[in-house]
Write a protein that binds this ligand. Structure first.
Ligand SMILES: [Fe+2]
Length: 164
């Protein structure tokens, strides 16, 4: 039964955009786990916990995106090799400093935000309000999380500058 009331072929681009977002989110999720495990130094407790909060949030969103694709009567991509092929976000496999980790997470957020805007554009084109509502909420959450991480970084800059 087509409960959607949107022509099947019109949803093709929305589904592709959602699958691309799903791939990005998986790599982002794994980057956060990597950072959660490998963080060292004076900011350990702050960032170890913060990265855990972020990956738990990402885990919920990954499931929501995949189930939105199913709701649109398509299949979400499910393999890591496929995610790596289509993701715009790159894996981190080396231990880096706390500052570099925060920079990397903010870069990942910028990529995700770009993909979300693209998804919203496609959804708006076919009046897919369900996707607009879901991804619009994710976008606002990510913007807020980015502001917080950026504030952490700015505070550090200010503290360092005041030493000299
Ligand atoms: Fe842990």
């Amino acid at each position: 039964m087509n409960y959607l009331g949107i022509e099947e072929k019109k949803l093709k681009n929305v589904v592709s955009a959602l699958n691309a977002l799903l791939a990005d989110y998986h790599i982002y999720y794994q980057n956060l786990r990597n950072f959660h495990w490998n963080i060292e130094g004076e900011n350990f407790f702050d960032l170890h916990n913060r990265f855990e909060d972020l990956y738990n949030d990402a885990k919920v969103k990954i499931d929501e995106i995949a189930e939105r694709i199913l709701t649109l009567r398509h299949h979400p991509k499910g393999s890591l090799s496929e995610y790596l092929k289509i993701s715009h976000i790159e894996e981190f496999d080396v231990a880096v400093s706390d500052r570099e980790m925060v920079n990397a997470v903010l870069d990942n957020h910028a990529q995700l935000i770009k993909r979300m805007r693209k998804t919203l554009e496609e959804a708006e084109r076919v009046s897919d309000e369900g996707t607009i509502d879901l991804i619009g909420g994710f976008l606002a959450d990510l913007e807020k999380q980015s502001w917080m991480l950026d504030s952490w970084r700015s505070r550090k800059f200010a503290t360092e500058a005041s030493i000299y």
